[in-house]
Design a protein around this ligand. Structure first.
Ligand SMILES: [Zn+2]
Length: 177
């Protein structure tokens, strides 16, 4: 069991974002591989803010730590996505996704430039949705370069499990604005 350094909530390793201290600053250890003492923090803006206030007492701006963490997690997600694609567990494009059986376990990634109507339609399939975190260029770049991808499904098997887990963190970390 781990404890959140922001709100003291207890949970398993994979529920938290791990930080290590590097040159006096918190570095998000998104792959949980860096050596040294780690701090576990819930994937939420509030907990990151509390953690920064407690550990760095006014020396660091929580906003900066939040955006660095969000970007690091985004990049890690795209890296995992490109690895997942190589193992053949990705389903690309609305038409192919619509053909899938409803309720399969996996993550549905919807780019920020899809129309609200298309998003609603695809969400009816009952997959875990991650919306508006990535643009279609970012998704395209991770998969096959120079192509926009609006919608993508990755089954929760093998590396897809890891992707799902990171996707959940991104969703919980994202602030509605
Ligand atoms: Zn917390």
């Amino acid at each position: 069991m781990r404890t959140c350094s922001g709100c003291r909530k207890k949970g398993e390793n994979e529920e938290f974002i791990r930080f290590v201290i590097h040159e006096g600053k918190p570095l998000p250890d998104v792959a949980r591989k860096l050596p040294g003492r780690g701090f576990n923090v819930c994937p939420s803006y509030d907990c990151i803010k509390r953690f920064v206030k407690k550990q760095f007492k006014g020396r660091l701006n929580p906003e900066d730590v939040y955006s660095e963490t969000f970007n690091a997690l985004k990049n890690y997600f795209l890296h995992l996505l490109s690895l997942c694609h190589k193992t053949g567990v990705t389903v690309i494009g609305q038409d192919n996704i619509k053909k899938l059986k409803d309720g399969r376990e996996g993550i549905l990634i919807l780019s920020s430039d899809l129309s609200p109507k298309t998003k609603e339609n695809l969400k009816k399939k009952g997959f875990f949705p991650l919306e508006d975190v990535f643009s279609s260029e970012e998704l395209g770049g991770a998969i096959r370069k120079e192509t926009r991808i609006g919608a993508l499904f990755v089954e929760k098997v093998g590396l897809g499990r890891k992707l799902y887990e990171v996707g959940r963190k991104l969703k919980s970390l994202r602030r509605e604005d």
